[in-house]
Design a protein around this ligand. Structure first.
Ligand SMILES: O=C(O)CCC(=O)C(=O)O
Ligand SMILES: [Fe+2]
Length: 326
């Protein structure tokens, strides 16, 4: 058989393309310490993930497995409380998003029903005389009486997780060939939001428009997600399929949000994802790492101005039912 040079070239191009497709479908597992140390091979994988599938998982981080387990246990104990006790810190009584969000309190996809998950949200604790404390995006936290150690466990984790998220964000931005240090300067008072998601077993009544959390993209820059290790999270591929992603306690799922996609002119991808729900309950803990309220998230280098606070407040008003203006 004679093989023409042009056939070989087509073959090679096909192989190259299908390898690229396979790469963009898979979610890489990254050594965080190597990334933070600037290891070139790790940076290449991270750049590929950030600009391709938009998701990765990380291991070998400065946050210990024991700390992640303590955080998961604290949320587990909180969500197990009687409804009346959780209702004492219901965010629906407030004009912001701090405290408990009951099942059905958020609708992230206008084409789906409101999510059946419960949440508990907290943010940075500013001194009451800080003028920023008057903004809803820096609203005071509302702590439940029980579990007794809930507040201290979550506040310690908030401190450690925001420090890790900042280092990771800079490293990812650097890996993608952008100026990580500029991004660092936009996070000295981040509107970071720490959430506990509780998914009960998928309810018997759930139909095709009912989800633990329906298809959405995150609003911020980087999401650092701890989970109890059970499956449930699915990530949409460019072809419209869904791939499962999971990480045991001590490892994390990382993805990128709308603000970073906008800021980087689409280079870093905010990928849609969802949790349909399974026959097992599940807890996940995202830290939504949002920048300073006045950071300009318009495409880097453009002369437009889009304040980060405007973007998060618009998205919160669209999705939390109690903040929904319409
Ligand atoms: O529970 C998960 O794995 C994902 C949660 C999520 O996407 C979110 O809270 O934005
Ligand atoms: Fe999400």
């Amino acid at each position: 058989m004679t093989v023409l040079l042009s056939d070989l070239r087509i073959c090679y191009q096909f192989r190259e393309q299908s390898e690229r497709v396979v790469m963009s479908l898979s979610v890489p597992r990254i050594d965080a310490t190597a990334l933070l140390a600037g290891d070139p091979a790790t940076q290449n994988w991270v750049a590929e993930a950030a600009t391709g599938v938009g998701f990765m998982t990380i291991y070998n981080t400065p946050v210990s497995t024991a700390q992640a387990q303590a955080v998961l246990a604290a949320y587990h104990a909180f969500f197990a409380l009687p409804v009346a006790e959780k209702a004492a810190c219901d965010m629906a009584q407030t004009g912001s998003n701090r405290g408990w969000g009951a099942p059905g309190s958020e609708r992230v996809d206008p084409d789906a029903n409101s999510d059946y998950k419960q949440v508990y949200d907290c943010g940075v604790a500013l001194a009451p005389d800080n003028p920023l404390a008057a903004l809803p995006c820096y609203a005071p936290n509302i702590w439940p009486v029980q579990p007794a150690d809930f507040r201290v466990v979550l506040q310690d984790y908030y401190r450690d997780a925001t420090a890790l998220a900042l280092d990771l964000l800079c490293a990812v931005v650097n890996a993608a060939g952008l100026d990580g240090e500029y991004f660092r300067s936009q996070f000295d008072q981040p509107m970071a939001l720490l959430r506990g998601n509780y998914y009960p077993t998928r309810p018997a009544w759930a139909g095709e428009k009912d989800f633990g959390i329906a298809t959405h993209t995150d609003y911020g820059c980087l999401t650092l997600l701890a989970t109890d290790g059970s499956p449930g999270l699915e990530v949409r591929t460019r072809g419209g399929g869904w791939i499962p992603v999971s990480a045991p306690p001590g490892e994390f799922v990382i993805n990128f949000g709308e603000m970073l996609e906008m800021w980087t002119s689409g280079q870093i991808k905010a990928t849609p994802h969802r949790v349909v729900g399974t026959a097992h309950e599940r807890i996940s803990v995202p830290l939504f790492f949002n920048p300073n309220h006045d950071a300009n998230i318009a495409p880097f280098g453009s002369d437009r101005v889009i304040e980060a606070r405007t973007h998060v407040e618009t998205r919160y008003a669209e999705t939390y039912l109690h903040l929904n203006a319409s």
